[in-house]
Design a protein around this ligand. Structure first.
Ligand code: GLA
Length: 365
């Protein structure tokens, strides 16, 4: 039986730039979600290895969405949208199995959505192609689930490549693979999952997005991507709201940092990426204001232990921190984070190293 696997992701740099038509540099993770479809006789059912029970949808009820548990909305969303598009969806049993921790900022939702969309694409012979797979995966999250996210996570999950990060232009949705193999330079990408509970993450994310769109309107540009680094001072001077000024400064400087990071990776200057990562963190902390004490503590502990650079990854308000660390110093850096968390009275963080893995693909069972 064929399953479709789609990975979670880490964003190396480029945070909250995707919905501003800007640049991002994520990579796919080895962990992900596998979806297996099998024929059914009456209606649709969804089971998750990680969730109790079975969610059933009657044959006539495909577009009804009221009493579906949240996690199953990410699965059934694709069926609802295809049904609304006039696609005949035969009865199916859908089984999903994911090892991406949820709430860690590693895009467990994109892994789930993309694996379901790829499985349906093959089973129903939709032939969506790369642009269509991305468009449907994004619609599931934006329209069916109702999360106003910017598309980076689905792009990384669908198109990631082993040993590479994915340089994405979120305006035209093109992506280019850029070598990312820290081991070849004696380095490791260390991930600290702070396990900090997300505080108001959905509302704050939507507020940042609204603020960026408002600033773009005031600056009379289609999106903040259109404010060049050289025009930043003039743009800031023409805004009268300090909060919007901070948002603009973060997005414009973050886009520039992504371009710098891509140049460094292409030149094989991985160690020089460190300060760029740390500058991104400072911008998220001071200008965009999306970090929390656990995340800032982890970054400080990692830098104090000799990491070349460290930053929060993902939407913010909790989740994971990444750091570039010399291979021989991974254990000491991990101990430094654990020690700092214990001193601060935070819960136990989870530490692991990550490498760039392939994007969505079929797996023969
Ligand atoms: C979340 C969203 C993405 C992106 C990041 C921030 O992961 O799903 O679209 O906006 O936050 O960079």
């Amino acid at each position: 039986m064929t399953s479709w696997f789609a990975p979670g992701r880490i964003n190396l740099i480029g945070e909250h730039t995707d919905y501003n038509d800007g640049f991002v540099l994520p990579m796919a993770l080895p962990m992900g979600c596998a979806t297996t479809l099998s024929p059914a006789t009456d209606g649709w059912s969804v089971v998750s290895v990680q969730e109790p029970g079975e969610v059933r949808v009657r044959r006539s009820g495909l577009s009804g969405r009221d009493d579906t548990p949240d996690w199953a909305t990410y699965v059934l969303g694709a069926l609802w949208l295809l049904h609304d598009d006039g696609v005949e969806v035969p009865p199916l049993r859908i089984e999903v199995d994911s090892d991406v921790p949820s709430g860690a900022g590693l895009s467990s939702s994109a892994a789930l959505v993309c694996s379901v969309v790829c499985a349906l694409d093959e089973r129903l012979g939709l032939d969506l192609g790369p642009a269509g797979l991305l468009a449907l995966s994004r619609r599931v999250e934006n329209d069916a689930v109702g999360a106003p996210t910017g598309g980076m996570d689905q792009l990384a999950s669908l198109r990631g490549e082993e040993g590479h990060a994915l340089f994405c232009d979120m305006r035209d949705l093109t992506s280019q693979s850029v070598p990312f193999d820290p081991g070849a330079s004696g380095l490791a990408l260390l991930v600290a999952d702070t396990r900090a509970p997300h505080r108001h993450a959905d509302g704050e994310y939507a507020a940042r997005r609204r603020g960026c769109e408002q600033a773009a309107r005031q600056l009379d540009v289609p999106a903040l991507r259109d404010v060049g680094a050289d025009d930043l001072d003039a743009a800031l001077a023409s805004l009268d709201d300090d909060e919007l000024r901070r948002y603009v400064r973060h997005v414009v400087t973050e886009d520039a940092r992504v371009l710098e990071a891509v140049d460094l990776l292409r030149d094989g200057r991985l160690a020089d990426l460190g300060p760029v990562l740390s500058a991104s963190h400072a911008s998220m902390r001071d200008d965009f204001r999306i970090t929390v004490p656990e995340v800032d503590t982890a970054v400080e502990a990692l830098l104090g232990a000799g990491a070349l650079g460290a930053r929060m990854t993902g939407g913010g308000f909790g989740g994971c921190v990444i750091a570039l660390v010399a291979e021989g110093e991974v254990d000491a850096a991990g101990d430094a984070v654990r020690g700092a968390f214990s001193d601060a009275g935070f819960g136990e963080p989870e530490l692991f190293t990550a490498s760039a893995a392939p994007g969505a693909h079929a797996v023969e069972g």
